[in-house]
Design a protein around this ligand. Structure first.
Ligand code: SAJ
Length: 416
């Protein structure tokens, strides 16, 4: 394959940056991966990975062995820089752009005329233009698109990632990509980068639309999950089985309701809608309400469990699942973890947490005396109330005899 660029640098080697770097390297590009974490740099340099994602270890091992991917802690010159750093909250639901600013500061000294900078981090609308200004402040000798347009020395584009954790390597290649340059030239250059490994379509747009598209996709999902979660609360009050209701309603050819759950976890869907609310607070009424409905769900589940415990013989609760969704081992930003922690604040309750994908309780739960991590069968034997928090395959296939005689709280519809 004739490569349009031979040396690409990826800044931030996390859940998005590392798979992107490894995939580019596997197509023959020389990739310089940069990360501020010495642990990440050291692991990748040995051909190992510091995150969990199916099949990623084999790809990283191969490209490091072939000398196509190098991990370093300081940026070095390259033709293209892809920024894949986190954008968490700061304070109350405001985007924290300090990682992007730090990444800009770190690459500025090595930028050269003709370079392309691509931002992949989920960002509020206008961030790519701000990135152009931050880089310009650091490099007065170079011109940038916010004031020199197509003629600028450095070009910039926004290209959001949209891969699903657990399926990153497939989706990175197969999903369509939105490519939004600050100029048409930047869009075309960035498209050539993604066409090195993407088999889906590379859709041309501008930076602001591309930034908003990423936020829109996750807000769409959040609003739809909120609808399902709100239905679950209404159904509880009206004594209707919400799972049966949704299944029946979904037989309508134009209805496709998502599934209620104990709340929305993960690092994206519960965060990104707030970036829209922050930019247009008066206009984003539904998006804000959806966030509030979903954020309120873990508390409602705890209330239900407490009510069940009050009526039971023994205050022992089996909580099945701690991950943020089914069949993954990621426990960060998980509503199940929040529920277990909140429940254990009542010291009269013994919480038996079950999570087949981990060997120890996560930091937020370890050291709390009335929480114990145990096997599903043991937890069910000892408890009087059993709560399904994550529909891991292992829990759906449990011998139903083990559930007999217990009060069951099924937040995922897996036991119905
Ligand atoms: N959930 C429900 N009910 C559902 C579907 C999901 O309660 O019907 C819950 C899950 O249990 C989980 C949360 O929502 O707690 C989020 O899970 P998810 O599978 O919907 O999404 P993520 O966070 O793993 O990945 C999302 C994806 N976005 C969309 O599907 C629009 C992914 O494509 C994005 O790349 C990713 O966010 C991201 O990085 O932004």
């Amino acid at each position: 394959m004739n490569l349009p660029f031979n040396k690409i640098s990826v800044i931030g080697l996390g859940y998005i940056g590392l798979p992107t770097a490894a995939t580019l390297a596997s197509r023959g590009v020389e990739v310089i991966g940069v990360d501020v974490s010495p642990r990440a740099v050291e692991a990748i340099s040995r051909g190992k990975i510091h995150i969990v994602e199916p099949d990623l270890d084999a790809v990283v091992h191969q490209v490091v062995k072939d000398g196509k991917l190098r991990a370093v802690s300081q940026p070095q010159p390259a033709e293209v820089f892809i920024l894949a750093v986190p954008t968490p909250f700061q304070g109350k639901h405001k985007p924290d752009l300090s990682y992007i600013k730090a990444a800009a500061k770190s690459i500025a000294p090595v930028l050269k005329k003709g370079n392309l900078v691509i931002l992949e981090s989920t960002s509020p609308v206008g961030t790519t233009e701000n990135l152009s200004k931050w880089l310009a402040e650091a490099r007065k000798d170079l011109t940038f698109p916010h004031n020199k347009g197509e003629k600028a020395d450095i070009q910039l584009a926004y290209c959001p990632e949209r891969v699903l954790p657990g399926k990153v390597l497939q989706e990175l290649v197969q999903n369509d990509r939105i490519i939004g340059g600050l100029t048409l030239k930047a869009t075309r250059m960035a498209k050539a980068v993604y066409q090195i490994f993407v088999t889906g379509q590379c859709l041309e747009s501008d930076a602001r639309t591309a930034e908003m598209a990423k936020l829109t996709e996750n807000s769409f999902r959040d609003v739809n999950i909120a609808f399902a979660n709100e239905l679950s609360l209404i159904c509880e009050k009206l004594h209707i089985n919400v799972w049966e209701l949704i299944e029946l309603a979904n037989h309508h050819p134009r209805v496709k309701i998502l599934q209620p759950g104990p709340g929305v976890g993960g690092h994206c869907i519960a965060v990104d809608p707030w970036f829209i609310v922050d930019s247009a607070p008066k206009e984003s009424r539904m998006i804000r309400t959806a966030r509030e409905v979903n954020d309120g769900k873990p508390h409602r589940v705890v209330e239900r469990i407490r009510a069940a415990v009050r009526k039971s013989k023994r205050p022992v609760v089996a909580c099945l699942g701690l991950a943020f969704k089914a069949d993954i081992d990621d426990l960060r930003e998980s509503p199940a973890v929040d529920i277990v922690r909140e429940l254990a604040k009542d010291k009269k309750i013994k919480v038996l947490a079950v999570e087949p994908h981990v060997e120890n309780l996560p930091p937020g739960l370890s050291g709390i005396k009335n929480i114990e991590l145990c096997e599903a069968e043991e937890a069910l034997r000892r408890s009087s109330v059993a709560v399904l928090l994550v529909n891991h395959r292992a829990f759906l296939n449990l011998d139903r005899k083990l559930l007999k005689g217990k009060t069951l709280i099924d937040t995922r519809g897996g036991w119905r």
